[in-house]
Design a protein around this ligand. Structure first.
Ligand code: GLU
Length: 386
């Protein structure tokens, strides 16, 4: 873990990236002052009555980094290590991500410092609903629209929508995205971030002149992003050769669906019969064509970057690379597709969900896929040309 070092904290990383962008684009100090400051920061105490009657207090956050281009937008993270600084950093990244995809949104992020694995289903529901009540005054379809992130899913979004709606007195599906389809969710949202990662891989390989057919991929993280990216990449003809989770990684499996079936039963990729166990660092250093970091922040550092052999790195996670790691990959000539582009598929389809909720008119899966591809391709081409 690198959280203790201020130079490697996600906020320090994001601010140093902003500084470089400001300098490169020759923007003014006024621009730096506005762009480096979050507009609204809320910290709340979230009481939770455990199933055994004990009451515990958890810290919750919602940061609306920017509302200049429209309502703020971004996920809600349930993870034991989150704090205000990290939430500000991730809200800053959401601001850039929405702007790059040209969505009519600012950026936001929120979360509760809790390990969701320690919660029963009923505790998770109570915590989600209470967190929603605490941030309720500042969210809304025209103000700030939460979505899933690490440790939350469509069920949490359903509870958030319901808590908001009972307070409004009528159903307000547009207050969150990433909802179940029956409550106004969008087809294609569950796989959207992974689908976007796969499109980014496809385009990066084109730029490097590598044939995707049979090209090899290692994916760090087998959650909502890593798993769906693996599925989409396999469909495109690439060969996923290694995957990992917090417990470690595996190689030597035949297909992604085989690993998925094992994870559904056992909760981890580690220990799957017929596979070889590797560490997360070994996964980063495999001789593959493509590396997809799709876990948490700060996995590619100046230490771990030195051993990377992939020709293309596509950032599925938010802020997986420190500035030191970036510099080393740059020196090695590795083509890096940054997080705010590579993982923007999620928020792009969130935008479609919000539009569909506003119009009460729902699209087919094909329409969602086509529109995702065209918005992401516009952003990819913009970045490649500049
Ligand atoms: N949590 C996702 C992200 O970091 C999605 C955010 C959203 O859909 O608003 O991009």
């Amino acid at each position: 873990m690198t959280t203790a070092s201020s130079m490697e904290s996600p906020l320090a990383t994001a601010l140093s990236q902003l500084r470089r962008a400001i300098d490169q684009l020759k923007l003014s100090e006024n621009d730096w002052n506005t762009l480096s400051t979050p507009r609204r920061v809320l910290e709340v105490a979230v009481p939770l009555r455990r199933d055994d009657g004990r009451v515990e207090m958890y810290k919750g956050y919602r940061v609306q980094y920017s509302t200049t281009r429209g309502p703020s937008k971004g996920g809600v993270r349930f993870h034991q290590d989150i704090d205000l600084d990290e939430t500000v950093a991730l809200a800053m990244l959401m601001t850039w991500k929405c702007a790059l995809a040209n969505l009519p949104y600012g950026g936001a992020k929120g979360g509760v410092a809790v390990n969701p694995k320690t919660l029963s289903l009923t505790e998770n529901e109570r915590l989600t609903r209470r967190y929603t009540s605490e941030i309720l005054p500042i969210i809304g379809p025209e103000r700030d629209i939460p979505a899933p992130d690490v440790g939350t899913d469509e069920r949490n979004m359903a509870w958030m929508m319901d808590t908001y709606s009972v307070n409004a007195g009528f159903s307000v599906p547009g207050v969150v995205t990433g909802k179940p389809i029956v409550l106004g969710g969008s087809l294609g949202r569950t796989s959207a971030t992974g689908d976007g990662v796969a499109i980014s891989v496809r385009e990066a390989l084109k730029l490097r002149g590598i044939n995707p057919d049979g090209a090899t991929v290692a994916i760090q993280g087998f959650g909502k992003v890593g798993y769906w990216a693996a599925v989409a990449l396999e469909e495109m003809g690439l060969k996923v050769v290694a995957v990992s989770d917090v417990n470690g990684g595996v190689t030597g499996f035949k297909s992604v669906s085989e690993v998925h079936a094992f994870v559904e039963k056992n909760g981890t990729v580690v220990g799957m019969p017929g596979t070889d166990r590797i560490t997360n660092t070994e996964l980063l250093h495999l001789p593959v064509d493509v590396l997809v970091p799709a876990a948490l922040a700060d996995s590619i550092t100046e230490v771990s970057a030195t051993g990377i052999k992939a020709k293309v790195v596509v950032e599925g996670a938010n802020a997986p690379t420190t500035p030191g790691g970036d510099a080393i990959m740059n020196d090695k000539g590795i083509l890096v597709v940054p997080d705010i582009l590579a993982n923007s598929g999620g928020v792009i389809v969130s935008y479609f969900e919000w539009v569909q909720d506003k119009q009460n008119y729902f699209w087919s899966a094909e329409e969602v896929k086509e529109n995702l591809n065209s918005i992401l391709m516009r952003a990819i081409n913009d970045v490649a040309e500049n």
